[in-house]
Design a protein around this ligand. Structure first.
Ligand SMILES: *Cc1c(COP(=O)(O)O)cnc(C)c1O
Length: 447
């Protein structure tokens, strides 16, 4: 039995219809380097999706490898209640220097969804303990994605993931969010005044008083198909949250760590959330770890004598795992010392231009949008009306399969092809992946 067959005998893969694997067998990766994945048959794939958006600085990065190896011979893990270690402390000290103003208390979890869950609980408990027990609702945007656990899935707004579970999800106040590609106001995101904020205003009017927090992916709704909206919209959400005493929870799990051209997407709007969730890029894609960071004000609402019952009694076994923290520290060192984000911004100009030039003229490309090194190409059946393809055709998936045969790992979101490569991608690789993706897109659309 070969490895792919053995895989299928045992493994239930994430976010997959396993029947699809009859035709497209699991690709068994042997090793990886930079943006290249090498499978056991000697094929190479350019990982331009950063292995689900977490690989930040290339696979098998020598500096991160060394940091983790050093840590593993020192301390692999220790209980994090009442115990601590220098690696976690150092990480928080370093992070506090690059985070938006006011974010200073760190809580560790072990994946993005868990950080969202913890943030939601903290927000509810804060209001409960500060005289607002009526605040027990959450708000989120249409098309939001915040993870897959029950609470996180509840605030999410992508039906593909949540539809079936609706009977067991929380009741959320859903804000009709920005839709810049198909703007109902006929504006474009470069020069609008975010007229669509009126939907948020109405939702706040109706539910603001009973809401503890609004969760939002700043500037980029990743899983929705790399939908990008202007910083002004985020600013206006911040103002609404202030007005109604609602926490702004910034889910920077996908947007943090330079993905949008700045360290955090919130930086584009010059705002600070009350709680920020981090994961994915946090450890450079090495270890499952997440953090929520919050303000002194929120922290203080939990600080009291034990018997007052005000503590945040939330824990995860692997909270503050030293191996993950050691990777996370080295990521910050590399970003700073090697000026990674500055260089990525420079390269992004080239990448954005190349992608626009290559894809935009095609009759089925409705929009090319970009932020940082992230570039998305939205395919449509009709360029004028922006009518989408019938999703049953699985156009994006056909392109995905074709691209794999051509050595590029694309993994479109529906019919949105996107690039979200490690920040260290170089120009020759940009040329390669764009050329291949374009060829595959044309082959599929013309057949
Ligand atoms: C990936 C992601 C999550 C969930 O993180 P997991 O580690 O997969 O649980 C939450 N929010 C956003 C914006 C994400 O991209």
């Amino acid at each position: 039995m070969d490895w792919a067959e053995k895989d299928l005998k045992y493994i239930w893969h994430p976010c997959s219809q396993m029947k699809d694997y009859e035709e497209l067998k699991p690709i068994v990766i042997d090793h990886a380097q930079g943006i290249n994945l090498y499978d056991i048959d000697g094929n190479v794939y350019k990982d331009v999706v950063s292995s689900w958006w977490c690989n930040l600085l290339g696979h098998c990065n020598p500096r991160i490898n060394a940091a983790v190896k050093k840590q593993i011979d020192t301390l692999e893990h220790v209980i994090f209640a009442n115990f601590s270690h220098k690696t976690a402390i150092t990480l928080c000290e370093k992070l506090s220097k690059v985070l938006p103003e006011g974010l200073c208390k760190f809580n560790f979890t072990d994946n993005g969804s868990s950080a969202i869950e913890a943030a939601m609980k903290v927000s509810f408990q804060y209001h409960y303990q500060t005289g607002n027990p009526q605040k027990k609702r959450f708000m989120a945007l249409s098309d939001a994605y915040h993870g897959e656990t029950i609470g996180a899935l509840s605030v999410g707004g992508v039906d593909l993931y949540s539809e079936i579970y609706k009977p067991i999800l929380l009741d959320i106040s859903r804000i009709q969010g920005p839709d810049c590609f198909r703007c109902p106001y006929g504006k474009n995101r470069e020069e609008c005044n975010c007229e669509c904020i009126e939907h948020a205003e109405k939702t706040f009017e109706k539910y603001g008083d009973e809401t503890c927090a609004l969760l939002v992916e700043p500037l980029l709704q990743g899983s929705a198909g790399m939908k990008i909206y202007p910083p002004l919209y985020l600013k206006k959400l911040r103002e609404l949250c202030n007005k109604y005493n609602v926490h702004l929870i910034a889910d920077e799990i996908a947007t943090g760590y330079g993905r949008t051209g700045k360290m955090f997407a919130c930086n584009h709007a010059g705002i600070a959330p009350d709680i920020m969730c981090l994961s994915k890029g946090l450890t450079g894609g090495y270890m499952p770890m997440a953090i929520f960071v919050t303000t002194q004000k929120i922290y203080d609402a939990f600080y009291a004598d034990y018997n007052s019952g005000k503590a945040f009694m939330h824990s995860h076994t692997y909270s503050g795992n030293p191996l993950a923290c050691s990777a996370a520290i080295e990521v910050l060192n590399i970003l700073e010392e090697e000026k990674i984000i500055e260089k990525a911004c420079e390269n992004a100009k080239y990448f954005n231009e190349l992608i626009k030039e290559t894809f935009l003229p095609h009759k089925n490309v409705g929009e090319v949008r970009s932020i940082g090194l992230i570039n998305a190409i939205e395919l449509v059946k009709d360029k004028k009306t922006k009518e989408p393809f019938d999703s049953k055709l699985r156009t994006g998936y056909q392109i995905y399969k074709k691209a794999l045969k051509n050595g590029v790992l694309l993994r479109p979101l529906g019919d949105v092809i996107y690039f979200n490569p490690p920040l260290i991608i170089e120009k020759n690789d940009m040329d390669f992946v764009v050329e291949k993706a374009n060829k595959c897109m044309k082959d599929i659309l013309n057949s």
